[in-house]
Design a protein around this ligand. Structure first.
Ligand code: NAI
Length: 508
């Protein structure tokens, strides 16, 4: 197969540059790596050789292949050595002035047909290109770390660039064995934008003293199928990387409430609790292994002490709640009103237990909430919410009842949308609004979120699975309880939900 680009220059021999160089050389193009620091160049070459040697040892490549990969890569400390290239991928320091100045110097020496790209994660492609004589020749080509393993690459068109160049870059990415997704030049592009809801909403839940870090991680992993909880993820990426990204996207969108960061990460960053790399973040680490805090032990009530249960007629998944209580051999009240002894269960979408009690005329001293958004068959954990007026014996009864079942149990303080509802609703809503803004296609959004973030499904497919109407109801009720524009529904979600359309649906 003919190469889309025959001779590729990589600017910057750091973590990203060397990974991109390895990938491009393996796919068959000639590569020249340029760096202002000669030691970085040497180190990149040794690191690539080491990677190829490992592949050879595992018999994933032959001796001849390794030799040809090495043969294709050259090092350069003078920009003139890049003159014949037909593609430049810049991966130097994340600084607008430094990047712009390097591209300006390059434009003076390099062949005019050569396409320029930047691997920037947070700067505007249009801003980087604006000083060039031919700004249309610069696009974004955003790889993820580690380059060989993260199979998605964002292709970003700036205001001046041409669609056919984006298409050519997509073909190039496919030739590298990765998946291209097309993005508009907007803060965070696709992947870093789509992930805003996950950590910032989890931080708000902690800030409200609803649940602690470890509880939230367990709930989102067990109820929603995430591989890593938001705090495990923040520890892995480290706060010196993720907190500035949270702030940058928030400010670039002129203080959009949906992306609002938290003082919690700012303070922990200042205190040096960066995450796994310093052995202390939201969790402590010993020899690189996370120390999981024990889940709180509760005293269980004896079965004969348990009260009868009464389920609100407005409860989400009411039949499944009855099935649960029947399977636990509880005494179930099916009367319109609960008896004086009954423990009442509400299962609202987006409302807190307090508001549900007031709206339904229930006694809060003996009412608990349960999150029934996710089908019990797909969830490994029950989440029960208290309320400020709940009696201690009724709290203990509620928890004891759920602990009769085989699933894990979390008890949290009152919260509009518990944990899972609010995090998923924010994630889906942000994804919907990205489509509304035309940042990417619905299909590319879901592809980028699964490949780039490792989410169990894309935000839109997730919204469809849970029901667009349900997500809309959660957001509407959360906005009512909290009065925060953060939870206002995107028009993309609102229109598709009320029209009964898939969130992936694009207008004809
Ligand atoms: P790095 O710090 O590992 O490497 C940067 C390299 O650029 C260094 O070797 C440095 O000597 C060289 N350099 C700096 N100024 C230069 C100049 N004026 N001329 C030539 N060489 C110069 O950085 P890293 O992590 O590889 O990031 C590079 C770019 O990729 C940044 O724009 C970053 O935002 C982006 N990026 C980084 C990711 C990551 O996880 N590290 C993920 C995706 C994008």
């Amino acid at each position: 197969m003919e190469n889309v680009f025959n001779f590729v220059a990589i600017l910057g021999a750091g973590a990203m540059g060397r990974g991109i160089a390895q990938l491009v050389a393996q796919a068959g193009s000639r590569v020249v790596i340029y760096d202002s620091n000669p030691q970085a160049l040497e180190s990149a070459q040794s690191s690539m050789t080491l990677q190829w040697q490992k592949m050879l040892d595992k018999e994933r490549i032959t001796q001849e292949e390794m030799a040809s990969f090495q043969e294709r890569v050259r090092l350069a400390s003078d920009l003139k050595d890049l003159r014949e290239c037909d593609l430049v991928i810049e991966a130097i320091v994340e600084n607008l002035a430094v990047k712009t100045s390097l591209f300006l110097s390059l434009e003076a020496v390099i062949n005019p047909q050569c396409l320029f790209t930047s691997n920037t994660s947070s700067l505007s492609i249009t801003a980087i290109s604006s000083g060039l004589a031919s700004p249309q020749r610069l696009l974004g080509l955003h790889f993820f770390n580690p380059v060989m393993l993260m199979k998605v690459v964002e292709v970003i068109g700036g205001l001046h660039s041409h669609a056919q160049d984006s298409q050519r870059l997509c073909r190039f990415v496919t030739q590298l064995g990765h998946t291209p997704v097309l993005a508009q030049d907007t803060p965070g592009f696709i992947v870093n934008h789509a992930s805003r809801g996950y950590s910032t909403e989890a931080l708000r839940i902690v800030q409200e003293s609803i649940a602690d870090f470890a509880q939230i991680d367990l709930i989102l992993k067990d109820q929603a199928g995430f591989k890593l909880g938001p705090f495990e993820l923040l520890d892995l990426t480290a706060l010196d990387v993720s907190h500035p990204v949270m702030e940058a996207i928030y400010h670039q969108y002129y203080e959009e409430a949906r992306y609002r960061p938290s003082f919690i990460t700012a303070q922990r960053l200042a205190g040096g609790l960066l995450g796994k790399k310093v052995a202390q973040g939201f969790y402590r680490y010993k020899d690189g292994v996370k120390l999981q805090p024990e889940e709180a032990l509760v005293t269980r009530m004896d079965r004969d002490e348990l009260p009868s249960v009464w389920v609100s007629s407005k409860a989400a998944r009411r039949p499944e709640l009855y099935t649960l209580f029947k399977s636990l051999n509880l005494q179930i009240e099916t009367t319109a009103q609960p008896s004086a002894q009954a423990l009442c269960w509400v299962a609202p979408l987006g409302l807190d237990v307090t508001t549900a009690c007031v709206l339904e005329g229930l006694d809060p001293s003996k009412t608990v909430g349960i999150d029934m958004l996710v089908a019990p068959a797909q969830s490994k954990r029950w989440v029960m919410a208290t309320n400020p007026a709940l009696r201690a014996d009724m709290k203990e009864a509620g928890e004891s009842i759920l602990r009769l079942d085989t699933k894990a149990v979390s008890v949290i303080r009152d919260s509009a949308g518990f944990v899972t509802q609010r995090v998923l609703a924010c994630l889906i809503n942000i994804g919907c609004d990205m489509c509304q803004q035309g940042i990417c296609t619905p299909a590319d959004l879901d592809l980028a979120a699964t490949l780039g973030l490792g989410y169990p499904s894309g935000p839109l497919a997730l919204g469809d699975a849970l029901g667009g109407q349900n997500i809309l109801e959660i957001l509407f009720n959360m906005q009512t309880v909290y009065g925060d524009p953060r939870y206002r529904a995107s028009p993309w979600l609102r229109r598709r939900a009320v029209l009964g359309l898939s969130l992936l649906h694009q207008e004809a």
